[in-house]
Design a protein around this ligand. Structure first.
Ligand code: ZN
Length: 236
């Protein structure tokens, strides 16, 4: 292929893409989000311009900000604040937003080793997971469940509440059922840690790349079916 053709095929990243990428780089390097002031300096933007880019990223599901501010709260799977979902990878500690996000670090980091320390959402018993090469290599307790209380179609109605309150771990099915989180009309999804990893691969695997694009509805429906997640819950 002539070099000119190859170069023409590459489009310049947009400002929103570059800022989103910088947010993820900052999180992976430091465990924290960048400040607005840091983004202003690094990108030569005014405060208003930086706020506008962050609003754009929030609308396209790249980040969530603290309500009424430009302070980055979530850049999935990263959390800016302490949560019950602590992840150790690359020799550093991170906080994830939810049980699924904690496991998603493994796919995001290209199957690098990831350790998850969390708790049963009912009894607060410790839960420890390890992932390597795409596999859950340690699950303690063995009956640990990744529980997603809301349907996928409900997740983005208020993503901060969804992540913070409805995507959790339980140490057993008994503690899931005792928790009060299960709605009789919507049993939610109960996954093994391995299933949760498999579920997240196409959504998280390229997230550390500048040209990341969220998979569309058809791609996600096809992926859910490919990993054995079928039925009304998984039709988005
Ligand atoms: Zn428990």
């Amino acid at each position: 292929m002539p070099q000119t053709t190859a170069m023409a095929a590459q489009t310049e990243p947009t400002l929103a893409q570059r800022v989103r990428f910088a947010v993820f780089q900052h999180f992976i390097d430091t465990g924290e989000p960048p400040l607005v002031e840091g983004l202003m300096t690094d990108f030569g933007l005014s405060r208003a311009e930086t706020g506008a880019v962050l609003r754009d990223l929030a609308e396209t599901r790249g980040v969530a900000v603290v309500k009424g501010t430009s302070r980055i709260l979530m850049a999935w799977p990263f959390s800016a604040i302490a949560t019950p979902f602590r992840v150790t990878a690359r020799g550093r500690n991170y906080y994830a937003n939810c049980s699924w996000d904690a496991i998603a670090f493994h796919a995001m980091l290209g199957n690098e080793p990831v350790h998850v320390d969390s708790f049963c959402h009912f009894c607060a018993a410790p839960i420890a997971l390890e992932f390597a090469d795409g596999r859950a290599t340690k699950v303690e307790p063995a009956a640990t469940i990744v529980y997603l209380a809301l349907r996928p179609t409900q997740w983005w109605e208020d993503i901060i509440l969804t992540c913070s309150n409805t995507m959790v771990f339980f140490c057993s099915a008994e503690h899931r059922d005792a928790s009060g989180l299960v709605d009789a009309g919507n049993p939610g999804a109960s996954l093994t840690p391995q299933q949760a990893h498999d579920l997240g691969v196409p959504i998280y695997a390229d997230r550390m790349k500048i040209d990341y694009v969220r998979p569309g509805r058809d791609a996600l429906n096809a992926h859910f079916a490919a990993v054995g997640l079928t039925g009304p819950y998984w039709q988005i």
